[in-house]
Design a protein. Structure first.
Length: 205
């Protein structure tokens, strides 16, 4: 059964005998996870769907280039991230899409807000926190691609530093430095914006 095979074995089956069922299993296995990542990365569900399809087309076309001993998931995310960057370059008008067009993305944004402004918000401060989340969404969108990619892979996808390094093709130390730079830029922008930290956050209640 394909469901009991590793990602790498499924890809090997695709390479050996053009096993359509094995390829479909890979697509289904990553459908929700990868689409969620792309939707948050691009901020647009329609673009995410297009990039998702383009990603697995590339997986099919490049299956012979997959090196034995590699892990499939980082390789897949490398392709997906590159496809997402290419899509943004072709569609610059989508970089600052309306928040009304965004779907999901609350958890990762909430985490960044807490990192920037503390935690422990109370119900009466919910609106202020939601405004802060909107600000963070916009600020993350405006980060340089290299910093944004590292941030999304580690904080949204929950990848370990080494996994993110494999995806981005950079040393682990560079991933850490990019994360530090990204969070520093967000924090500096937060301070420059003059946004007040909600009292509940200040008190840590």
């Amino acid at each position: 059964m394909a469901g009991g095979l590793s990602d790498e074995e499924l890809l090997r089956r695709c390479r050996r005998n053009e096993d359509a069922a094995a390829f479909e299993s890979l697509v289904q296995r990553y459908e929700q996870e990868l689409f969620s990542y792309l939707r948050r990365y691009l901020g647009n569900a329609e673009m995410a769907e297009d990039v998702f399809q383009a990603t697995f087309l590339q997986v099919h076309l490049k299956r012979e280039q997959f090196e034995e001993g590699r892990r499939f998931r980082p390789w897949l995310y490398t392709i997906a991230t590159n496809q997402a960057i290419d899509a943004q370059r072709r569609n610059r008008r989508h970089r600052m899409v309306s928040l009304d067009n965004r779907t999901g993305g609350e958890d990762d944004v909430g985490t960044l807000v807490e990192m920037l402004a503390g935690n422990g918000q109370t119900a009466d401060k919910q609106m202020e926190v939601e405004e802060a989340r909107e600000w963070v969404r916009s600020a993350v969108d405006n980060l340089p691609e290299s910093l944004k990619s590292a941030l999304m892979l580690v904080y949204h996808q929950g990848m370990k530093y080494r996994e993110a390094a494999d995806v981005l093709g950079i040393p682990v130390g560079t991933v850490k430095s990019r994360l530090h730079s990204a969070l520093l830029k967000l924090n500096e922008s937060w301070q420059r914006s003059g946004r007040a930290v909600p009292e509940a956050m200040e008190d840590g209640a």
